[in-house]
Design a protein around this ligand. Structure first.
Ligand code: SF4
Length: 178
């Protein structure tokens, strides 16, 4: 994709940094209850991501001359970047992957708050003790991403994407197939 996209991509990275800080604070807070570690891939699947995120990750991977390793997924829904139960794009992984394992709060289709937490974590944590201070507010960050993505789409010359378009992660891998 051509043209003045640097700015929205920089903004995307700012949002990503903000998310990383929040995630890190929550991980410290829940350190006793989170068993997330390299080798656990329960949350990994072929996610679809916003165009601004797609092109930002693509740019980062190209700048470090990323070479895909042979993927050993046998499931169609598996993430193409998962190799031997480990993420091969960990530093560049999309936002959704950065929140894996955390207690997430979001509004469901009925407009009610819902909580989602990994089944392997928080096994001895009373879910009634989750509150707005110790959970990740997914909608807040999704709104920030949506706004940055809108700028990205409006700045693109080819107008290839609409605001609601998402691109599967497996499409990202295709850019590196020689
Ligand atoms: S990008 Fe990495 S963390 Fe995200 S689903 Fe794929 S393998 Fe898992």
């Amino acid at each position: 994709m051509k043209s003045k996209l640097t700015d929205p991509i920089e903004k995307y990275r700012e949002v990503r940094n903000t998310i990383d800080k929040h995630v890190s604070a929550l991980e410290k807070k829940h350190n006793k209850h989170m068993v997330c570690r390299k080798g656990c891939d329960l949350c990994c699947m072929d996610y679809s991501i916003l165009p601004v995120e797609f092109y930002s990750v693509l740019k980062d991977l190209k700048s470090r001359n990323f070479t895909p390793e042979k993927n050993n997924q046998d499931s169609e829904n598996g993430c193409v970047f998962l190799v031997n139960h480990a993420c091969t794009i960990y530093a560049e992984r999309p936002m959704i992957c950065r929140t894996h394992g955390l207690p997430l709060i979001f509004a469901n289709d009925d407009g009610e708050f819902e909580l989602s937490a990994c089944e392997l974590n928080f096994t001895s944590f009373d879910f009634d003790d989750f509150d707005m201070d110790n959970t990740f507010h997914q909608d807040k960050y999704n709104s920030m991403l949506f706004m940055v993505n809108r700028e990205f789409i409006n700045a693109s010359e080819d107008k290839k994407f609409g605001e609601l378009d998402l691109i599967p992660l497996k499409e990202l891998a295709k850019h590196f197939i020689k």
